[in-house]
Ligand binder design. Sequence first.
Ligand SMILES: NC(=O)C1=CN([C@@H]2O[C@H](COP(=O)(O)OP(=O)(O)OC[C@H]3O[C@@H](n4cnc5c(N)ncnc54)[C@H](O)[C@@H]3O)[C@@H](O)[C@H]2O)C=CC1
Ligand SMILES: C[N+](C)(C)CC(=O)CC(=O)[O-]
Length: 337
Amino acid sequence: MPSSPCAPEEVRRVACVGAGVIGGGWVAHFLARGYDVTAWDPAPDAEEKLRRLVAAAWPALEQIGLADGASPDRLTVTATLAEAVADAQFVQESAPEKLELKRSLLAQLDAAAPPGVVIASSTSGYPMTDMQTEAADPGRLVVGHPFNPPYLIPLVEVVGGKRTDAEAVEWASRFYKVAGKSVITMERELPGFIANRLQEALWREALHMVANGEATVKEIDDSITEGPGLRWAFMGPCLTFALAGGDGGMGHMLDHFGPSLKSPWTRLEAPELDDTLRAAMVDGCDEAAGSRTIAQLVAERDQGVIDVLRATGRLPRQRTEGTDGIAPTPSTMGDEK
Ligand SMILES: NC(=O)C1=CN([C@@H]2O[C@H](COP(=O)(O)OP(=O)(O)OC[C@H]3O[C@@H](n4cnc5c(N)ncnc54)[C@H](O)[C@@H]3O)[C@@H](O)[C@H]2O)C=CC1
Ligand SMILES: C[N+](C)(C)CC(=O)CC(=O)[O-]
């Protein structure tokens, strides 16, 4: 891969190819962060739908704060794929999740985009190794997996394939951070990446329960929104469970509840909870907690739950002094541009 024509901080023009739910969400995100955006999608009504999506997203984006000069007017919808990427400094592909389509589209994008420009796929789970097979320069192809909607959910999972250059992965990770995203850069490919692998486990169980008449869709949704979902918005499943061990943290939690992993709660196979896994979990939680004590984490979790309850309208919202407006939600998104 020739080196990228510009540094991540210098990018001004982004191309989004495929402009449905996710491509359109990316367009809204990049526009709100002050980029010029070109978009291409083969559907005959794509432009109208895309502009509608951006208009619908804009009030939320105004609420969380627009970059200087950000405007929906900086979107150009092109008639061809080649025009969309001709002057792009970064390309985000968000076409349907079909392996053959991704392979051929990524090869077309590689042929049309300026040399060295990094091209990212929004794929929900295909390893880049399987998608980069037809491209002349596979070194610049990375996965940049977003979450719906990409203009509000900060996370992007970045990972290369076997033939991706490490420099492209690094460049993309830096670019997404500059563009206001929260990035996990994975060192190795994993089907479903990290978050979808976790979501899939939950999803599979939900489907098992519905299929067997064991729980309704509402019960499943309520079980998350009224339960663990409130904690997960600000504290991940590992640290949350460390608190289930009281002062003993993750170590006690595993000793106490570890055996129930073997009981038939799930249809998935449980991992062998050996000493190595135990130590990795305890160490990982200690590292995530940093200098915070269990008591401090408990206080942080509780405050977080209250804030989420406020944010989701289940508690009255706080009013800012001197206005009758709602206090703006602080953005978790980076501000490095
Ligand atoms: N929907 C979701 O929640 C998420 C989806 N993704 C990924 O994003 C990608 C897009 O998914 P969605 O936006 O949900 O699908 P979608 O069906 O909403 O949009 C796909 C768009 O691609 C267009 N398209 C069809 N053929 C094309 C081609 N050859 N070249 C370019 N565009 C083409 C379609 O006209 C459509 O507008 C997939 O890879 C999916 O796995 C990633 C994260 C979340
Ligand atoms: C449903 N999905 C697998 C396409 C979801 C994702 O990939 C990420 C998300 O938005 O949760």
